[in-house]
Design a protein. Structure first.
Length: 221
């Protein structure tokens, strides 16, 4: 049983589970799309074996029973439609306010991460006209409306040809990581340790971004 944070790109993980099935057809894998509060509650109640989520996450106060295994370092990119900024590699927070935004809900990890980043730079948060919970929804809305947003690097790189916006890094960068999170004793269970080893081998053949790109689901127009 695996809980996947609903705002994380899922294509690489679904492809891996298909690969894992070919090697271990006797093992039944369940992948659940969940909010982070659902994930922590399910971990605490032993309803899932593993979580795939963004870190660091301040939702849980007691980390002692848990361990994490990093999958990839991530950062948020600023997506915009301003031709004058097309060749910029980085952008200061104060220069992202000219147009309205769509973003994640305030109680989502990336929504909170964004707000904290603007607060730390002592810059007002952009004017938000819509909230969505997945990068697919945000991208479709941005493509149709022409507003700005911020999305993870892995998602943007995998779908650069489908995103009708420029993407540049914030200055300073807004960094986080995607990780497995699990109760420490789970690592001693053979099927879990085998799952981790198979996943590591899978990413040694092709890295995470390559797996996302080759297994992406095409966005609706």
């Amino acid at each position: 049983n695996i809980g996947l944070l609903s705002s994380i790109e899922d294509s690489a993980f679904i492809a891996f589970i298909a690969h894992y099935y070919q090697l271990n057809p006797e093992v039944e894998v369940t992948l659940r799309m969940m909010t982070r509060h659902e994930i922590w509650e399910s971990l605490e109640n032993n309803q899932i074996d593993l979580a795939i989520m963004n870190l660091p996450d301040e939702t849980i106060k007691n980390w002692k029973p848990y361990a994490s295994k990093k999958i990839i370092d991530e950062q948020l990119l600023f997506l915009h439609h301003d031709d004058a900024l097309a060749n910029r590699k980085r952008i200061h927070f104060k220069d992202t306010l000219a147009e309205p935004w769509a973003t994640y809900p305030d109680d989502y990890f990336l929504g909170q991460l964004l707000r904290e980043a603007y607060k730390n730079q002592m810059v007002d948060f952009p004017h938000v006209v819509a909230h969505f919970t997945t990068p697919y929804q945000l991208t479709q809305f941005v493509n149709l409306s022409g507003v700005n947003t911020a999305l993870p690097t892995s998602f943007v790189r995998a779908r650069a040809d489908q995103i009708k916006a420029y993407a540049i890094a914030f200055d300073p960068a807004i960094r986080f990581e995607i990780s497995f999170v699990y109760r420490k004793e789970k690592a001693d269970i053979p099927r879990i340790s085998n799952f981790f080893q198979t996943f590591d081998d899978y990413l040694k053949e092709k890295d995470y971004l390559s797996r996302v790109s080759e297994n992406r689901v095409k966005l609706d127009k």
